[in-house]
Design a protein around this ligand. Structure first.
Ligand SMILES: [Zn+2]
Length: 425
């Protein structure tokens, strides 16, 4: 834009010179307006351009240098792989919008966003959305914000309700679409993040993921906004949402009764931010294969309590697709055990060799107890010619038990005499 306006100014300048009388009022007016636009364009914010290759180069202009440092520090083996992954986020509300922004800033390959709601001013207690976006669909508003933050991310916006027949069909076909990475096994996405706020929608995500054998993560915040949870669901391997819904497990309450009609649920950007942070942290650990992915992570903000637990699938689950996946998981057990044994044998083989072939600094490992014994001995025997200024603590204990008491009585007698002498004056 700035370049085009400069060209236009040059053209007006040559036009002005082509007239015998160079002070033509119409041309002067045009020159004034274009110059003003050029000045405005100069002060406009600079938009980030796309980055073709993720680099670890430490320069101020590299948006990935701090993320690539995770690789340099040995936390993540290959951070660049993040660009291969597709993550679907169902509902772009308090948790979903924050999770989408975090993944965008981390440079995820592709994000699929699903929501049917519009941005309202009542949403401004949450993160991500801006007041000027009120009235826009949440998916379009999120895409608008996210593409400015990181234009490298492929963003897909689905304004639909997955609990309707039509919405569910589109949801399923979008998850199956493999255009982004045709060679990928299974569905077209690597992980589905459920950020919905009701039982019915969770059951729909559960149904889709069980049918597609799709790993997903569940998240939620309580109605009073002070606690939340995330849960990893691998069809056949862990409990599905129909096997054991978390709140039913925790309190024995039917979750369908939790979201009450006409009750305005509280929402804290802090609790939402913590739960979204836990969700995306575990998403990154799952995708980039580092650390431990929590099977279930609870969060009680009033007590700062983070309970974790594992949930096995229920062989009596009411979901037919879940039972199907459980059967497949059991059938694949011998192959899984063989692969695990092979991997353990390889690890053992590596462990038997020297930890570091070269020992440039001649570092040797010694027994802790030997050091302790040596230190104690050196405390007792000082080098020749040195004496302690203060007695050691042990020497105080050796004083006769009656000593301090007698001294105390003597001191009191002395104090009494001094007081009497003062009174006498
Ligand atoms: Zn199940």
């Amino acid at each position: 834009m700035e370049v085009e306006l400069k060209e236009m100014l040059d053209e007006i300048q040559s036009l002005k010179q082509s007239f015998p009388d160079s002070s033509n009022p119409s041309i002067e007016k045009l020159h004034f307006h274009v110059k003003r636009l050029a000045d405005l364009a100069k002060s406009a914010p600079v938009w980030r351009s796309k980055v073709k290759d993720m680099s670890a180069e430490v320069v101020d202009s590299n948006p990935y240098s701090r993320l690539m440092a995770l690789q340099r520090m040995g936390i993540v083996e290959n951070y660049k792989r993040i660009r291969e992954f597709s993550v679907a986020i169902v509902r772009v509300g308090g948790i979903g919008s924050v999770a989408a922004e975090m993944l965008t800033r981390c440079g995820i390959g592709r994000l699929l966003l699903y929501d049917y709601d519009k941005v309202e001013l009542a949403n401004m207690n949450r993160l991500c959305f801006h007041p000027e976006q009120a009235g826009m669909t949440k998916t379009d508003a999120a895409v608008q914000t996210l593409q400015d933050i990181n234009p490298d991310v492929v963003l897909e916006s689905y304004t639909l309700n997955i609990t309707t027949v039509q919405g569910f069909e589109t949801f399923m076909s979008s998850l199956e679409n493999k255009t982004f990475r045709p060679e990928k096994e299974g569905s077209g996405v690597d992980l589905v993040l459920s950020c919905v706020d009701n039982y019915e929608a969770r059951m729909v995500v559960n149904q889709a993921c069980n049918e597609l054998n799709q790993t997903w993560m569940e998240s939620g915040v309580s109605e009073d906004a002070v606690s939340g949870h995330i849960q990893l669901l691998i069809p056949g391997e862990t409990a599905c949402f129909a096997c054991a819904p978390p709140s039913v497990v925790a309190s024995g309450v039917d979750e369908r009764t939790l979201k009450r009609e006409g009750v305005c649920a509280a929402s804290f950007p802090t609790t939402m931010g913590v739960v979204a942070g836990l969700l995306v942290q575990n998403t990154l650990k799952y995708l980039l294969k580092f650390g431990h992915v929590s099977p279930f992570q609870g969060y009680n903000s009033l007590k700062d309590y983070f309970p974790t637990m594992e949930m096995r699938p229920n062989p009596q689950c009411s979901n037919a697709a879940c039972l199907e996946r459980q059967k497949e998981y059991l059938l694949a057990k011998p192959a899984r055990d063989a692969a695990k044994a092979k991997m353990e044998a390889e690890v053992l083989l590596v462990a038997e060799g020297p930890l570091h072939a070269d020992n440039e600094w001649n570092i040797s490992v010694v027994n802790d107890r030997e050091i302790d014994a040596k230190d104690t001995a050196s405390l007792d025997t000082l080098p020749e010619g040195l004496t302690r200024e203060l007695p050691s603590a042990d020497e105080f204990l050796e004083l006769p038990a009656s000593g301090p008491a007698e001294m105390c009585v003597d001191d009191l007698e002395e104090l009494k005499k001094q007081l009497e002498a003062l009174n006498a004056d």
